[in-house]
Design a binder for this molecule. Structure first.
Ligand code: HEC
Length: 98
């Protein structure tokens, strides 16, 4: 009795999955040599606590938080976040990552 609906659900699911993977493969953007923000966060922000999600603070607050975390890093004897990575890191946290 329930077999036919289950089978048709499976067929619908496989059709949807196929459509989805086609869509995402064309939406993949080339990596242009710039480290993605989420990678920066896992490198520089995961050493002492769970890496924060961008939603954890309002946009506009992250620069000050990251500056404070930079101080924590230096105090802990960790290498500072390089200036070149800082902008991408803050942009990612502010939600502006390209
Ligand atoms: C050297 C250790 C260390 C590293 C590395 C570190 N943190 Fe922290 N983090 C702390 C400590 C200690 C606290 C609690 C004291 C405080 O808030 O300053 C904290 C608290 C926080 C908080 C909660 C407080 C708030 O103001 O919202 C956030 C968010 C945060 N860190 C984000 C980050 C981000 C983003 C990075 C990477 C740039 C990072 N942390 C890297 C040590 C670290």
């Amino acid at each position: 009795m329930t077999r036919i609906p289950v089978i048709s659900l499976l067929i619908a699911a496989s059709v949807l999955t196929g459509a989805c993977s086609r869509g995402s493969s064309s939406a993949v953007e080339p990596v242009s040599g710039v480290t993605p923000g989420h990678a920066l966060v896992s490198v520089y922000c995961a050493g002492c606590h769970v890496p924060p999600r961008p939603q954890a603070r309002a946009p506009g607050e992250w620069a000050a938080v990251v500056a404070r975390m930079q101080e924590h890093r230096l105090r802990a004897g960790m290498p500072s976040i390089p200036a070149g990575e800082m902008a991408g890191l803050i942009a990612y946290l502010e939600g502006g990552e390209k």
